[in-house]
Design a binder for this molecule. Structure first.
Ligand code: DP6
Length: 329
């Protein structure tokens, strides 16, 4: 469980943090011009209990940070930039050795930047005994990656555009036991990263304006569906919001298309399941993978159906959860 440690005298030399990925049911897609990943849209997400980044932060002697992360150079550079920013903001001297690992594919549309930057923000606060509130941790994580603001919490989480936007929890995971089946349709890294694709959508999609306009209603409907635990209503608004985001993405110039044939196969399967009375809905982020959400008791049978679809490489079955953990020092 989350625990905030406060050690007024000692600073630590090493901490280990685990933060979970999250998926948005109402999407963040678009940024305000003022920078620092200030979102142009509100978003609402669920934390994924078993898709985690584990990050070890150690203080080191030396003139530069060391990053151990099996990822492309651009991803390592984002971490270095983030550390520089934190050092400046909190007037911290010294450098860090960061060892970070995801237990799920990185850079493939499975929100590894969300869990990664949340773990870093939490670990930074912990190693320096800054005792930052979750609001501030969320604001810091957002600067690393917009969706990371939400991974500072587990359960059902939202973020509303504001001066220095931060996430807050709508409802804990235990209040509505939902399962998530992640269908992996590709192990390749996504063709266009989220940041770049968002910019391209805002600049070239004729539907971007409508995407922004209709967002508030989607948020209101989804929040209410969660509080009422109304699965059908949540399924309806979440699929609608996801398809609207992809509608705007597909209509960019030149167009971006994240879907593969296997992505569509899962979408059709979910529709068929619903027509035959099994509650389930899908959502897709900036990649080919599909996440299928269902009440926990249906997870096994739905997973069996999805795993057999042509083009699906494998599935990961998890549940809504994802509270960050400070696992060791
Ligand atoms: C489709 O948080 O990865 O997953 O702020 O540029 O790092 P940056 O973008 P990122 O975008 C996530 C986009 C999304 C929708 C969502 O998670 O809300």
């Amino acid at each position: 469980m989350w625990r905030l440690c406060y050690h007024p005298v000692m600073t630590k030399t090493r901490v280990t943090v685990s933060a979970a990925a999250n998926i948005a049911l109402i999407k963040y897609w678009g940024k305000l011009e003022k920078g620092l990943n200030q979102p142009a849209t509100a978003s609402l997400s669920i934390g994924l209990e078993d898709l985690r980044t584990t990050t070890i932060i150690e203080r080191i002697e030396g003139q530069s940070d060391v990053i151990d992360f099996n990822a492309p150079e651009t991803a390592r550079q984002r971490i270095l930039d983030f550390l520089d920013l934190l050092r400046k903001q909190y007037e911290v001297q010294g450098h860090f050795h960061i060892t970070t690992e995801n237990n799920f594919p990185t850079g493939t549309g499975l929100a590894s930047s969300a869990s990664g930057f949340a773990a870093l923000a939490i670990g930074f606060s912990e190693i320096l005994n800054l005792n930052l509130s979750r609001q501030v941790l969320s604001q810091l994580a957002r600067i690393g990656s917009g969706s990371a603001a939400r991974s500072v919490f587990g359960g059902f989480v939202e973020i509303i555009p504001a001066d220095d936007a931060f996430a807050s929890r709508i409802m804990p995971a235990e209040d509505w036991p939902l399962a998530v089946i992640v269908a992996i349709a590709s192990d390749g890294t996504k063709t266009v990263g989220s940041s770049e694709a968002m910019k391209h959508t805002a600049a070239t999609s004729p539907y971007y304006r409508e995407w922004l306009r209709s967002h508030v209603q989607d948020m209101d409907d989804a929040r209410l569906a969660i509080v009422d635990r109304d699965f059908e209503k949540l399924a309806d608004v979440a699929e609608h919001n996801c398809l609207k985001m992809h509608g705007a993405i597909i209509t960019t110039r030149p167009p971006i298309l994240y879907w593969l044939p296997a992505t569509l196969a899962v979408m059709h399967e979910v529709r068929q399941l619903r027509e035959s009375g099994t509650p389930a809905f899908f959502t897709i982020d900036a990649g080919a993978q599909v996440k299928v959400i269902c009440p926990a008791e249906h997870a096994k049978s739905i997973n069996a159906r999805i795993s057999e679809l042509p083009g699906i490489l494998r599935t990961i079955e998890t549940r809504v959860g994802g509270e960050p953990e400070i696992t060791a020092s």
